[in-house]
Write a protein that binds this ligand. Structure first.
Ligand code: AMP
Length: 328
């Protein structure tokens, strides 16, 4: 029997938890912040995404690693049952390596080194399980690779993606081609403006909705995130924290919470309302990520801790609209 698309399977078997496939970097990171440094720790966009999304769904990670990727690293990747069948170990290769340094203001970061290593010749071949995923996240990686994976997951009902200034600068056409095939773009506010040449995030998001996207999420670092759909705008501040140690991976952790929540809705249409709630989960998860280095905090996070911060966010951002007589 021919393989069913994710949509057809849902129609046949009714609602059930969805599976999420993510393609992106699995990395070793060296990070320096005003509060300390790590020479080599597990990182990568797909890693941070999976650690967050695995609270909601079964996650499948697609990406290559080298001989230097140890069993203890793989064990962290497998947290909460994440499936690593599509993590390709390249014999004789070295794992993607990134190093960065943060200024006093943790919102500014300088990339010191990017060594693509095993990603340089990576040609994704997905297992049947990954190809059949209902929900797909294309984490930040070369846009042609993102497109290849997107085309392999033709039946996915919700596809979101991230990118970065590097690809806007050196692979704009490929990036635009890829964006035009997905449902939701999650990008830093400045990158949205850079991508479209529009002077405000709202103008950039409006233009991108015209490219066929149903949602655009602007990440604003420590200021939070804003969702734009054809229906409305929804803005959420970051969860207030007294101490931030390492923002690396915050964006991917946000995406893991956001996309993971959408997937957990079991086939419900990702309306503005659903995506707004997803923003709260993304925001709560990202707030834990930045409290410690790398994957340390989210790897031992509990569902009760997440629920408590989502509830705090709800309380802290809601107000009653009581009209007052305005003068003039
Ligand atoms: P974020 O802080 O959310 O932007 O994500 C940082 C993570 O992305 C780190 O763990 C890096 O390993 C990874 N990363 C940094 N630069 C790149 C790149 N050019 N391509 C893919 N992943 C990257």
């Amino acid at each position: 029997m021919a393989a069913l698309t994710a949509r057809a399977r849902r129609a046949l078997y009714g609602s059930r938890p969805m599976s999420v496939t993510v393609v992106g970097s699995i990395a070793f990171d060296a990070v320096r912040t005003p509060f300390g440094a790590r020479e080599r720790m597990l990182g990568g966009a797909a890693t941070h995404f999976a650690l967050a999304a695995s609270f909601f769904d079964e996650v499948r990670v697609v990406g290559p690693v080298g001989d230097d990727f140890g069993e203890e690293d793989m064990a962290i990747l497998r947290t909460r049952g994440t499936v690593t069948d599509d993590v390709e170990r390249v014999a004789g290769g070295r794992t993607f390596f990134w190093s960065g340094e943060y200024g006093e203001n943790l919102n500014s970061r300088e990339t010191i080194t990017t060594e693509l290593n095993v990603f340089e010749h990576f040609d994704p071949k997905l297992s049947e399980g990954a190809r059949e995923s209902d929900v797909l996240f294309l984490a930040n990686i070369q846009p042609d690779l993102q497109l290849k994976v997107r085309e392999e997951c033709a039946g996915a009902s919700f596809v979101a993606m991230d990118s970065m200034d590097l690809w806007i600068n050196i692979a704009r056409d490929a990036l635009e081609r890829t964006i035009r095939t997905v449902d939701c773009l999650i990008l830093n506010d400045e990158e949205l403006e850079m991508l479209t040449g529009r002077p405000t995030t709202l103008a950039a998001a409006t233009e991108l909705l015209g490219w066929g996207l149903s949602a655009v999420v602007a990440k604003q670092g420590k200021y939070g995130a804003t969702l734009y759909t054809a229906d409305d705008v929804f803005a959420l501040p970051a969860y207030p924290l007294e101490h931030v140690v390492d923002p690396t991976g915050a964006g991917d952790t946000f995406a893991g919470g956001f996309v993971g929540y959408v997937a957990a809705q079991s086939g419900e249409e990702p309306t503005h309302e659903v995506l707004s709630r997803a923003m709260a989960y993304g925001t709560a998860l990202a707030s834990f990520n930045v409290e410690e280095f790398g994957t340390e905090r989210v790897a031992r996070l509990t569902s009760e801790e997440i629920a408590a911060r989502v509830s705090d966010l709800h309380r802290m951002t809601a107000f009653s609209e009581t009209p007052v007589a305005l003068r003039g």
